[in-house]
Design a binder for this molecule. Structure first.
Ligand SMILES: [Zn+2]
Length: 254
């Protein structure tokens, strides 16, 4: 079914609640946070607060998103429990600029490096993304914006190799946004793939159901096929989607 404004702003009875995941990678070359979730200010008391949402998001996005951030669940609050201060983070990798992935950047902007693919940045103020990626959530923070490069990996053979050793790759998975990155973490023959919003659950690639949120269906299909191929690799420890309710918070070691 096509997205329409009517469908996106569903009546409350038709709404479903999905998690918003961030990931912490403990890598020999540093601590790496992937995405930042919602900010505390959008849900000061830990529940859905329409006035607080309206203060963070423009009206059309406030109608779409009804976020709640329970006590202790903002990204900096979860890091604090692990004894990690935002300035301890070596990298924050942003998979794309939709607000549920970057609103929490205000809590971790003292990280040493904030990395965003230039291709995501370029399109964020153009086309449809201008209305869905409010700049006030991220434009003021100093980001490093590398371009994707040609590679044998990925649906359109574009990657950013964070350390130059293929241990952390930002792999372009277009379709949800043009510049979106999946994060491929490799060690020896094993890997974990963080699929960002290229898929919402394994059903997307197992049954080739393209997610409703997307603006280039052909690219969504190509990205899903690549994810499906990766999930079938013997070295695959996990493929995790950013909003999959079946994913439990935990630790994966590779
Ligand atoms: Zn998302």
């Amino acid at each position: 079914m096509r997205n329409t404004a009517k469908q996106l702003a569903a009546p409350d009875k038709d709404r479903i609640t999905l998690p918003v995941f961030t990931y912490l990678i403990e890598h020999p070359k540093g601590l790496i946070l992937v995405d930042t979730g919602w900010c505390r200010e959008i849900s000061p008391e830990g529940v859905y607060d329409p006035k607080a949402v309206a203060a963070v998001l423009p009206p059309h996005l406030a109608a779409l998103f009804h976020p709640s951030v329970p006590a202790g669940m903002a990204v900096d609050e979860q890091l604090a429990v692990m004894g990690i201060h935002p300035e301890d983070l070596d990298y924050v990798l942003l998979t794309h600029l939709d607000p549920d992935h970057v609103a929490g950047l205000k809590h971790v902007n003292s990280a040493r490096h904030i990395i965003l693919p230039e291709d995501e940045y370029f399109w964020s103020c153009r086309a449809v993304y201008k209305t869905r990626q409010p700049q006030k959530l991220w434009i003021q923070y100093p980001m490093e914006r590398p371009y994707y490069r040609g590679s044998v990996i990925g649906p359109n053979h574009w990657v950013i190799d964070l350390f130059g050793d293929e241990s952390i790759l930002l792999v372009n998975v277009p379709g949800h946004t043009d510049g979106q990155a999946a994060i491929l973490i490799q060690n020896g023959g094993s890997f974990v793939l963080l699929a960002a919003d290229a898929a919402y659950s394994p059903r997307n690639w197992e049954e080739m159901i393209t997610p409703g949120f997307g603006f280039a269906r052909g690219w969504q299909v190509k990205s899903l096929r690549w994810i499906s191929d990766m999930a079938a690799e013997p070295g695959c420890a996990a493929v995790l989607c950013s909003h999959d309710p079946a994913v439990e918070p935990g630790v994966i070691a590779i």
